[in-house]
Design a protein around this ligand. Structure first.
Ligand SMILES: Cc1cc2nc3c(=O)[nH]c(=O)nc-3n(C[C@H](O)[C@H](O)[C@H](O)COP(=O)(O)OP(=O)(O)OC[C@H]3O[C@@H](n4cnc5c(N)ncnc54)[C@H](O)[C@@H]3O)c2cc1C
Length: 402
């Protein structure tokens, strides 16, 4: 029998975890190839600190090639352009690769086009990639020289609200450090029905806690608002309000990446992969998906659309489940490991520069039995410690706790 070929597309939280876990589970029994458009692993949660110079790109990233080489995983540094599930082929800008099993972990495509003028090609900043966070750093420096109003937030259809809040509170912290807080009025805008909904339905006490922080920092907030367009120095909201700004950072909605949207039958209308609780594609038993690439049902209706965040811990959990199920299939067993997305625990930190809130709950989506928010400086230090630990662990090819 020929050696089974596994291809992983995407090399960050879900992709690298999946690739290393497969090697750990299957040893040399399989040939593993990882295809990624980026040649680095980036610890995306730390991008919130790049605009203020508190992290440099090299502090929060490492090269994938040596890690993959040590794990005997072939590395193709190229974007996938299309996937053909019938011929079992991934097409890339460097050639085509066939697979017996495929794990799709391509993350999000930030849909700036949803609002005219939104994003780094328009008039607002973003922190969704290293390049954009560095661009935001240039914007921050300009604001320090010439202070004025600031707008921070997330558009209708966004799902990554946590990043908008973290950036907001870090921004307020950076202003205080620069002694500019009084010269820079901040408005926070969000499509969430209330502060702290976070796209997960909110957590007990979360709204009150966030509103307390916002009031204490003198930040004005507008919930349930959508953005109509951005013109130079002005955000125009759907309800007619106009917010002037000298600096704006607004998180867009996410779609699945173009390669999935270019592959008929693979993704849903937004380019996300419909999966079973085993993270196996609903129609192709040899295709799995993990992380942001996965389609998640939004279990509520809000006046403006609000997506569900697929954060780091669930991304890793999905990748490990997918890896175990691929390993089972290769050994001739059925894929048995499963966990609905909503059942995965929520573990994260909402950082605020010198303090933060530790967020713990038994499930990503309600109904939940256990929800705990622990504010304080220890949350900030927990995030810093986790960043260092996670980068060390992944750079050493370790997917299980050492
Ligand atoms: C600013 C910000 C802050 C965040 N903060 C937190 C936080 O504090 N805590 C938390 O838990 N989560 C946080 N998140 C969410 C977290 O970053 C995601 O959950 C995580 O990155 C998802 O991992 P992923 O592997 O699915 O996608 P990604 O990490 O985005 O990785 C996608 C991978 O696919 C590759 N790729 C994309 N397209 C192609 C293609 N066509 N061909 C080949 N490769 C491709 C990319 O190069 C990359 O390697 C934050 C997100 C943002 C944007």
């Amino acid at each position: 029998m020929s050696t089974p070929k596994i291809v992983i597309v995407g090399g960050n939280f879900a992709g690298l975890t999946g690739a290393l876990e497969l090697r750990r589970l299957l040893g040399d029994e399989v040939e593993i190839t990882l295809i990624s458009k980026d040649d680095k692993f980036v610890f995306i949660p730390s991008l919130i600190w790049v605009p203020f110079g508190w992290r440099k790109p090299q502090d929060i990233s490492f090269a994938l090639a040596p890690v993959l080489e040590r794990a005997k995983i072939h590395f193709i540094h190229a974007p996938a352009t299309r996937i053909d599930p019938t011929t079992k082929t991934v097409h890339t800008s460097l050639g085509s690769y066939s697979y017996d099993y495929l794990l799709i972990a391509t993350g999000p495509y930030p849909q700036y086009e949803i609002v005219p003028g939104l994003g780094p090609n328009g008039y607002t900043h973003s922190i969704c990639s290293i390049e954009h966070a560095l661009h935001a750093q240039a914007g921050w420096k300009k604001l320090v020289d010439d202070p004025g109003p600031v707008v921070i937030g997330a558009t209708q259809g966004a799902s990554c609200f946590g990043a908008a809040y973290e950036f907001l509170f870090n921004f307020a912290h950076a202003l205080r450090k620069a002694r500019l807080a009084k010269k820079v009025p901040i408005t926070f805008i969000t499509a969430e029905p209330f502060c702290g909904h976070f796209g997960i339905g909110g957590l007990k006490g979360g709204q009150q806690m966030l509103e307390f922080f916002l009031k204490r920092l003198g930040i004005r907030w507008l919930t349930n608002v959508g953005v109509k367009e951005i013109v130079p120095n002005e955000v125009h909201l759907l309800d007619g309000q106009i917010l002037p700004f000298k600096f704006a950072m607004i998180i867009p909605p996410f779609l699945g990446v173009e390669a999935i949207r270019n592959s008929p039958g693979l993704g849903n209308e937004k380019g996300f992969i419909p999966v079973k609780p085993t993270y196996q594609h609903q129609h192709f038993s040899d295709i799995y998906a993990a992380g942001v690439a996965v389609a998640v049902h939004v279990p509520w209706q809000t006046p403006l659309s609000v997506g569900v965040p697929k954060t780091g811990y669930p991304a890793e959990t999905m990748a490990k489940i997918a890896a175990h199920n691929i390993a089972a299939q290769i050994k001739g067993d059925p894929p048995r490991e499963e966990k609905e997305f909503g059942e995965i625990p929520a573990l994260c930190v909402m950082d605020a520069g010198n303090m933060g809130v530790l967020i713990l709950s038994d499930k990503m989506l309600p109904p939940r039995k256990f929800e705990l928010l622990i504010p304080g400086p220890q949350a900030h230090w927990a995030k810093v410690a986790f960043e260092k630990y996670y980068l060390w662990k992944m750079q050493h090819g370790l997917v299980q706790l050492p």
